[in-house]
Design a protein around this ligand. Structure first.
Ligand SMILES: Nc1ncnc2c1ncn2[C@@H]1O[C@H](COP(=O)(O)OP(=O)(O)O)[C@@H](O)[C@H]1O
Ligand SMILES: N[C@@H](CCC(=O)OP(=O)(O)O)C(=O)O
Length: 387
């Protein structure tokens, strides 16, 4: 298999050399919320066929919490974090054991990869995960990724696996991301509402304007369509097209057939570094810019010079991610600081030539270089991010 990168049309999907497939809890469970071994096996069969045809697959699978419900004697999906962690701890092993058996029956090995949001935030961890996934793929293994729910805290967890899957797609430089759920694609409104119809193709944000995604989905899934569209925006916005389809249509989706919704890549493939900065990095502090500096950074895409910074907050080292805000506090960009939070106050509002004259040539550089900056898009959605 080979692939021109990025794929321009869904009919190229059968030739995509490397795909990330994400499956949600709602597609792996029985109606009462327990893990359904038949659905796990059915998906493994489809992915095993892809693997046998020479395609590399990374599976991002939810379902750990659901898999823990039955063995722990719980009646439904737990709501509190501690019981979710306990259920995931019991369920993750059982979930992967089912996949391992189903793939082993086809002579394919799987490898479990548990990531926390922090692993996609801290640069060293990010690189480490990237290296491990790459090696697993080289060795012909199907990596099975999930969030490490047992150690994730409320503050730092993804909660759903949609955004994690988009970051993993980027991490492994996938040619496409396939999101499998319990509905066949994005609909014009809640799929159960009369008159809602499937949207077969989305070429840009204007195609989803007015689409109602506010309805929560299944009782076992987390995030509904909101986090799926966030995932699409991360992946498609950085050059990786996405197919959103029902798990029942997994085979057809991977074959490039007209099922679900095809989200064309909208942005160029960004460097992993900048994507990490835009979507994954937790900022360690804030630099408040004056209006002129906001215009320079946002409209002219220049570096942020000390003269345009009016205040600094937080505790960060040179090289740490920081938020750049307008005078009213709105975050306009994220960047890697070239100075520590201790050094910045001494530079505030001063020109680079003053700084060079007073402090020496090492201090005439930008506070954030343009190559280390990403602009933050304002979200149109007023829907709160679910947990
Ligand atoms: N406009 C829409 N189009 C399609 N699905 C929608 C829409 N709005 C809300 N949804 C809901 O999103 C749900 C899928 O999200 P979720 O339950 O979190 O699934 P998963 O477990 O696969 O992550 C669907 O069951 C559907 O009811
Ligand atoms: N990491 C969790 C995922 C939680 C979840 O429900 O996610 P999803 O079904 O993708 O919305 C688990 O494995 O249960």
């Amino acid at each position: 298999m080979s692939a021109a990168s990025p794929l321009l049309h869904r009919r190229e999907l059968p030739d995509a050399a490397r795909v990330v497939v994400k499956v949600g809890s709602s597609s792996l469970t029985t109606p009462d919320g327990h893990l359904d071994p038949a659905r796990v096996r059915a998906l493994a069969e489809v992915l095993a066929d892809r693997h046998a045809a020479g395609g590399q697959v990374v599976l991002v699978s939810s379902g750990a919490i659901a898999a823990g419900i039955g063995p722990l004697g719980l009646s439904a999906r737990p709501r509190d974090l501690a019981t979710q962690q306990a259920a995931a701890s019991v369920g993750q092993g059982l979930l992967v054991a089912q996949y391992a058996q189903a793939f082993a029956d086809r002579g394919i090995r799987v490898g479990q990869v548990l990531l926390t949001a922090d692993d996609t935030v801290r640069r060293g961890h990010y690189r480490n995960a990237q290296r491990a996934l790459e090696r697993l793929l080289d060795l012909g293994v199907v990596p099975i990724v999930n969030e490490n729910d047992t150690v994730a805290t409320d503050e730092i967890r993804f909660g759903d696996n949609d955004r994690l899957a988009a970051l993993v797609s980027h991490l492994v430089r996938a040619h496409a991301l396939v999101l499998l759920t319990d509905v066949d694609g994005l609909h014009t409104g809640p799929p159960t509402r009369p008159g809602s119809v499937r949207i077969p193709e989305v070429r840009g944000e204007h195609d989803v304007a007015g689409v109602d995604v506010t309805t929560r989905g299944s009782a076992v899934g987390t995030g509904g369509m909101v986090t799926k569209l966030e995932s699409v925006s991360i992946a498609a916005g950085s050059g990786i097209p996405v197919v959103l389809a029902s798990a029942a249509n997994a085979r057809a989706a991977l074959a490039g057939e007209d099922v679900g919704t095809w989200f064309a890549a909208t942005g160029r493939r960004a460097s992993t570094r900048l994507l990490w900065l835009a979507h994954a990095a937790r900022t360690r502090g804030r630099l408040v810019l004056d209006d002129g500096a906001v215009r320079a950074v946002v409209e002219r895409r220049t570096s942020l010079l000390p003269a345009g910074v009016t205040a600094v907050e937080g505790d960060f080292e040179a090289g740490d991610p920081v938020a750049l805000t307008a005078p009213d506090g709105t975050v306009v960009a994220r960047g890697l600081a070239a100075y520590s939070s201790q050094e910045v106050p001494g530079l505030l509002g001063r020109t680079t030539s003053d700084l060079r004259a007073e402090l020496g040539p090492g201090y005439d550089r930008a506070v954030v270089h343009r190559d280390d900056l990403v602009l933050v898009k304002r979200r149109a959605s007023a829907v709160p991010r679910p947990r």
